[in-house]
Design a protein around this ligand. Structure first.
Ligand SMILES: Nc1nc2c(ncn2[C@@H]2O[C@H](COP(=O)(O)OP(=O)(O)O)[C@@H](O)[C@H]2O)c(=O)[nH]1
Ligand SMILES: [Mg+2]
Length: 294
C-alpha cells in the first residue's frame, strides 16, 4: 500500500522576489495579486495542490522586511509565523549576491530547524553562467536541502520542484477536499483584485496607503452580481489622486477590476467603488482589525 503525504510549505523571502507569482504558477490560476512594487501581499494566502498521492498546501506570505508601521508589523509576523509552522520552507531570492535582507531571513530560518529549499527566481534575467557562483554564495550561508534556479514568470512547468516538495512531506491525511484550491473567501479575493488595480495605477505612497473593504455582495436581476466596496486612503490628497479628473481614474480602475471579477466569479458584475478617508489607518490597531489585518 502506498502512503499518502500532506503538509504545509511556506514561501519566504524579501518583498518582490516573486513569491506570489510562484504561488499562482503552482495553483494554475491567480490566487495572489502581483505587482512590480514590494509589499503588495499583506496576508497569508493558501494554494492547495493535489497530487495522486499527496496534498501540498503552499502558503504565500508578505515579504520579510523591517516594519515601519503596525500594518508592517502584522505582515512580518504573518511571514515568520507561517514559516515556523511549515513542514518545508521555500526560500526565494533573486539572482543577486545575498544582501543584508537575505542574510537576516536565513538567520531566522536557521533557528527553526525546518528543511529549506533555495529557489533562485528570475533566472530568466541573467545568463546561466552567472547563476552558479551566486548559488555558491548562498550555499555558504545556509545548508539548503535542495537548490533550484527557476523563473516563476517564464517557466511553464515546475513539476520537478513540486515532486521534490512532495517527497519531503510527512505522511498525513487530505486536509482539504479535492475541488478546493484556496481557503480564501471570494469576498477577500475580490477586495484584493480591486487593490491590485489601484496599485498599478498609482505611485509613491498611494499604493501602500489603500485598503479595500467589500460592503455589499448581492445577486440582482438576471444573475448579475452587484458588488460595492470602500477604498480607504490615509490622506485627503490621496482621495483626489484615486478619483482623478472628473472621476476618470476611478472609472478606469473600476472597469479593469470588474473584468477580472467577472472572469474570477464566472458571472456579470456591477461594481461600485467609494473612496473614503481613514486617517493613518496603517498605524491604528482597531482599523487594522476591522480590515482583517491582525
Ligand atoms: N523577470 C522576472 N520577473 C519576475 C519573475 N517572478 C516574478 N517577477 C516579477 O517580480 C515582481 C514581483 O513579483 P511578486 O510575485 O509580486 O513578488 P512577491 O512580493 O515576492 O510576492 C512582479 O513584477 C513580477 O512580475 C521571474 O521569474 N522573472
Ligand atoms: Mg506577494
Amino acid at each position: 500500500m502506498s502512503t499518502f503525504r500532506s503538509g504545509y510549505v511556506s514561501l519566504i523571502g524579501r518583498p518582490n522576489v516573486g513569491k506570489s507569482t510562484l504561488l499562482n504558477l503552482i495553483a494554475g490560476r491567480k490566487l495572489a495579486i502581483v505587482s512590480p512594487r514590494p509589499q503588495t501581499t499583506r496576508n497569508r494566502i493558501l494554494g492547495i495542490k493535489n497530487l495522486p498521492d499527496a496534498q501540498i498546501i503552499f502558503v504565500d506570505t508578505p515579504g520579510l522586511h523591517k516594519p515601519k508601521h503596525k500594518l508592517g508589523e502584522h505582515m512580518v509576523k504573518e511571514s515568520s509565523d507561517t514559516a515556523r509552522e511549515a513542514d518545508l520552507i521555500l526560500f526565494m531570492t533573486e539572482p543577486e549576491m545575498p544582501g543584508p535582507g537575505d542574510k537576516n531571513i536565513l538567520n531566522l530560518l536557521r533557528t527553526m530547524k525546518i528543511p529549506v529549499f533555495l529557489l533562485m527566481n528570475k533566472a530568466d534575467t541573467v545568463k546561466k553562467l552567472h547563476l552558479l557562483p551566486l548559488i555558491d554564495e548562498y550555499s555558504k550561508l545556509f545548508d539548503f536541502t535542495e537548490i533550484f534556479p527557476i523563473s516563476a514568470l517564464k517557466d511553464e512547468s515546475i513539476n520537478h520542484i513540486i515532486q521534490a516538495v512532495a517527497e519531503r512531506m510527512p505522511e498525513g491525511p487530505k486536509y482539504y477536499p479535492d475541488e478546493m484550491v484556496t481557503d480564501m473567501p471570494e469576498r477577500f479575493m475580490a477586495a484584493e483584485v480591486i487593490r491590485e488595480k489601484i496599485i498599478f495605477d498609482t505611485h509613491e505612497e498611494v499604493p501602500y496607503s489603500i485598503a479595500v473593504e467589500i460592503l455589499e455582495w448581492k445577486e440582482r436581476d438576471k444573475g448579475k452580481l452587484y458588488i460595492s466596496a470602500n477604498v480607504y486612503v490615509e490622506r485627503e490628497g490621496q482621495k483626489s489622486i484615486i478619483i482623478g479628473k472628473q472621476g476618470a481614474r476611478l472609472k478606469e480602475i473600476g472597469s479593469r477590476a470588474r473584468q477580472d471579477l467577472e472572469e474570477m466569479l464566472g458571472s456579470d458584475v456591477f461594481l461600485q467603488l467609494w473612496v473614503k478617508l481613514k486617517k493613518d489607518w496603517r498605524s491604528d490597531s482597531r482599523t487594522l482589525k476591522e480590515l482583517g489585518y491582525s
